[in-house]
Write a protein that binds this ligand. Structure first.
Ligand SMILES: [Zn+2]
Length: 210
């Protein structure tokens, strides 16, 4: 029979393994990325967005400025803008948000906006009518090259991720994105967060590779 000490060290080892093979899950609410041209139209020529809070991904931040996203059936006010500016504007919503706006947004990876529907952005009297850029972000894991090597996954690989919690869930079709600028974290939207009973600090673990 194993001694108490042996049992404890086995349990500790298991816990440590689970922590090192897991990553924090973060829930992203609806948000907007803007091009400088669209910042100019919405806020005035040469306007610079004001950083309010750093995000987990290095260099990314939430801005103080909030604007309205307007669809044919509804609108969302005070939607957060994430900086820095990007080459093209992009609005990320959940499928539920799409129903409220009255626009069917496809599930896409960030930046892959060809052929996506447009949406209207409003700041006071200033209006930008985007011709494309409305997406539901495909769930993904940002990974540093080091963590990707440890997990044995590559950039663009599709995996399954299990999250524990009040409503344990296995997410399929999760894309791994590896970049030296990334801090390892999984991103899901609020629909997905509610589906798994998300709470802050929740962790996920890759259980199956493609
Ligand atoms: Zn992300």
């Amino acid at each position: 029979m194993a001694s108490i000490d042996e049992l404890i060290s086995k349990v500790l080892e298991k816990v440590q393994n689970e922590v090192s093979n897991s990553f924090e899950v973060e829930a992203s609410g609806r948000h907007i990325h803007l091009s400088q041209a669209d910042v100019d139209t919405l806020f005035g020529k040469g306007y610079e967005l004001t950083k309010q809070k750093d995000l987990s991904q290095p260099g990314q931040y939430a801005c103080k400025e909030r604007i309205t996203v307007l669809g044919p059936k509804g609108a969302f006010h005070n939607v957060v803008i994430l900086g820095p500016v990007r080459p093209e504007s992009q609005v990320e919503i959940s499928l539920t948000d799409g129903l409220a706006l009255g626009v069917k947004a496809p599930i896409r990876e960030s930046g892959d906006i060809e052929g996506t529907p447009g949406i209207v952005l409003v700041n006071g009297n200033n209006v930008v009518s985007l011709e494309k850029g409305l997406i539901v972000a495909k769930r993904h894991i940002h990974m540093s090259p080091d963590d990707a090597r440890k997990a044995g996954v590559e950039n663009k690989e599709i995996v399954q991720v299990k999250v524990e919690g009040a409503r344990p869930l296995i997410f399929d079709d999760v894309v791994v994105r590896v970049h030296p600028n990334f801090a390892t974290a999984m991103h899901i939207d609020y629909d997905e967060a509610n589906a798994c009973g998300f709470t802050k600090g929740m962790r996920g673990r890759i259980i199956k590779k493609s």
